[in-house]
Write a new protein. Structure first.
Length: 184
């Protein structure tokens, strides 16, 4: 057991943050959007994932650190939802069927391999913001279908406004649009 991981702290390597866990947990239960802000490496991502995992809620994680364009943001959101679908529907067939239903009407390519389902943009949409909104609305549909809360974790969220020259994309991701958002 590595008690001092260089990457995320999870399991027995995660310590303290009792008050923060409590507040975050309450926000998750009450579907309150939460913004975590701190300098790098203070433990935002670890805290978010640790608390979400403990809550047993389904979640999608989007890490925008590597995003350099709005298309990247879109693809990262799709990947996150693809992984969420894999966790909800463990079998390949079930995951593909769920994704087909969910993404109907969007220009999206679905495939599955040993790593599970993967979701890709088929052709570049004209307006990314519209398409991102539409993808996020599908996540909300998923929550309704299973009658469960789904946590959306937007990590390194500042990348979105660093790369977009208008607020269109940021405003569709901002809290208040879907069931629950958690920004880290
Ligand atoms: N609660 C914690 N207990 C122990 N180590 C932690 C805890 N939170 C974070 N760390 C450690 O601190 C470092 C940064 O954590 P990370 O979650 O990546 O921070 P951030 O997302 O704020 O950049 C990692 O090495 C991680 O293992
Ligand atoms: Mg982080």
């Amino acid at each position: 057991m590595d008690y001092f991981p260089q990457a995320l702290a999870s399991g027995a390597a995660f310590c303290n943050r009792i008050e923060e866990q409590k507040r975050l947990r309450n926000n998750l239960i009450e579907s309150r959007p939460t913004l975590l802000v701190s300098p790098r490496r203070y433990g935002k991502t670890s805290l978010a994932l640790y608390t979400i995992n403990k809550s047993k809620l389904h979640y999608a994680q989007f890490d925008f650190l590597s995003a350099v364009s709005i298309e990247d943001v879109e693809q990262i959101i799709l990947n996150g939802i693809g992984k969420l679908i894999n966790r909800i529907e463990k079998g390949v067939k079930g995951a593909l069927k769920l994704a087909t239903d969910l993404f109907a009407g969007l220009s999206i390519k679905l495939s599955s391999d040993a790593l599970g389902l993967s979701v890709e943009i088929n052709r570049k949409p004209e307006k990314s913001a519209t398409s991102i909104l539409s993808i996020l609305e599908r996540a909300e549909k998923l929550a309704k279908k299973y009658d469960e809360k789904i946590v959306l974790l937007f990590d390194e969220f500042q990348r979105v406004y660093q790369i977009s020259n208008d607020y269109a994309v940021e405003s569709v991701i901002r809290p208040g649009q879907t069931h629950l958002k958690l920004l880290a």
